[in-house]
Design a protein around this ligand. Structure first.
Ligand code: PLZ
Length: 460
């Protein structure tokens, strides 16, 4: 074991000084040393956005092993919504660690699993009777939602849409739209997956009468394609992100999701809302579906659910969930007791710290500033989002042609200036903001100014 600067900052959480501070070049010498060790033992296929090694994090900052303090606008891809090392999560997970770390819920269950299922069935959209099954990752939750839908309907086909991201396992790679880096060279993929157009207001053209395609029209286009290519009666499920994440932070036009949900209901197709990225307060509601009153048959959650620990769930209609034979669903670690304790504490944190309202405020602050930037910068094609899930789509001025280079440069220059931001999008041209909901407003504003400066730097 080598001693590192991690020993200088041993405790994370909201008590960390909430400031941006650079002490070394980025990455610093200790990060560079760890990176040298890493490339010798970790395959290149597992890559990192910033080779900056974490020592502690909390509130709205991440401190690296060289003592640099970054403003965190990424939350480890929408995971630490309640803040990193959130006090309730740390305390309850630690208490559970000391009681027992694992029994396997399929062997001897424990209260935390039941309590989390109670919590999830209470907050998931709809007043109907529900069940929840726990897993470890978002991909695993999506796979299980498809298993349940297939079992319950006796049908095989699964519909997904353009720009979708649902995971990296074999079935979820098939559900995911983008080839590089997710699928390239990794086939053959699971069969019976069919893709249809989605609603992408910034890129959707005009209809035959020259009117912009609205939500219901976009849904009609999706449905027509699925009717033609598959047939509603063959479809077990439609799996869809209510706001697309990796695909570009795409908020569909109003009415799109409700129309699809209604079509699914009319044809016995299980409507699966993949809320792995959007769920649990991120968008300013428990679930992104809530914004339009859409009630999915099944909803997948992960990321924000566990306060940083790996846990995922499928929650939904009792009749569908109960259709599967005993022993048909499970896994060694699904609903690990420490992760359950962390998730229950994370949900309590959302409630007690009013983080749903905070997500709304963060969205208002960020959209306001970014739209102001957009007014004087034709490279910003679109600014969109809901709550603390915000995307900035870059284009070549005067066109809709994606500019992924600009997104990369802006993100890289923000990193150098001490702000963690991520990119996304089918075209790689979106910078996305996913701050922890515990970020102080002044840090959020400072992070936005760093982005503004990064854009200014890159002006032609
Ligand atoms: N569904 C909607 O956003 C994970 C992927 C990062 P896992 N998104 C981040 C990467 O490059 O691997 C995600 C998602 C939606 C499913 C998943 C998959 O969740 O926990 O990564 O398996």
């Amino acid at each position: 074991m080598t001693t590192s600067a991690a020993t200088a900052v041993v405790v994370g959480g909201p008590g960390l000084p909430q400031r941006r501070e650079l002490r070394t070049s980025i990455p610093g010498p200790r990060s560079l040393e760890l990176q040298r060790r890493r490339v010798a033992v970790v395959p290149a296929g597992v890559s990192s956005v910033m080779p900056v090694y974490a020592a502690a994090a909390g509130g709205g900052v991440l401190v690296d092993v060289d003592g640099n303090s970054f403003i965190d606008l990424g939350s480890g891809i929408a995971v630490t919504s309640v803040g990193n090392a959130a006090p309730r999560v740390v305390a309850d997970a630690a208490a559970q660690l000391a009681r027992f770390t694992h029994t396997c819920a399929m062997i001897t269950p424990y209260e935390g699993y039941v309590e989390l299922a109670e919590a999830l069935t209470a907050i998931a959209p709809g007043d109907h009777e529900k069940r929840a099954a726990l897993f470890n990752t978002g991909s695993e939750a999506v796979e299980n939602a498809v298993k349940i839908a297939r079992y319950a309907t006796g049908r095989a086909a699964v519909a997904v849409v353009d720009h979708a991201y649902h995971g990296r396992t074999n079935l979820t790679m098939a559900l995911t739209a983008k080839n590089v880096p997710y699928k390239d060279g990794f086939g053959p993929f699971a069969p019976e997956v069919y893709r249809a157009p989605t609603s992408y207001p910034f890129r959707d053209g005009l209809d035959l009468d020259g009117a912009p395609i609205d939500g219901p029209a976009a849904a009609a286009r999706t449905i027509a394609q699925l009717d033609r290519a598959v047939g509603a009666s063959r479809l077990a499920a439609l799996v869809i992100e209510p706001i697309q994440g990796e695909g570009g932070f795409i908020v569909p036009a109003p009415g799109f999701l409700p129309a699809l949900a209604a079509w699914c209901r009319d044809h016995g197709i299980v409507f699966v809302a993949d809320e792995v990225q959007t769920g649990i307060a991120r968008t300013g509601a428990w679930f992104a579906c809530d914004h339009e009153g859409v009630v999915p048959d099944l909803v997948t959650t992960a990321k924000g659910l566990g306060g940083g620990l790996p846990i995922a769930a499928v929650t939904g209609r009792a009749d569908l969930m109960d259709a599967v034979h005993p022993g048909g669903l499970g896994g060694t670690y699904g609903g690990n007791p420490v992760a359950c304790a962390a998730a229950l504490a994370a949900l309590r944190t959302v409630r007690e710290e009013n983080l749903i309202d905070r997500a709304v405020q963060i969205g208002a602050i960020a959209l306001d500033r970014l739209r102001e930037l957009q007014r004087s910068d034709p490279r910003i094609g679109d600014v969109r989002g809901r709550g603390a899930m915000i995307g900035i789509e870059f284009v070549h001025p005067g066109t809709h042609e994606p500019d992924p280079g600009l997104a990369r440069r802006v993100a890289a220059s923000a990193h150098q200036a001490g702000v963690i931001v991520l990119t996304c999008g089918t075209f790689g041209n979106v910078v996305r903001l996913l701050p922890p909901l515990t970020i102080p407003t002044d840090l959020l504003l400072e992070g936005l100014e760093v982005l503004a400066a990064a854009l200014e730097e890159g002006r032609p």
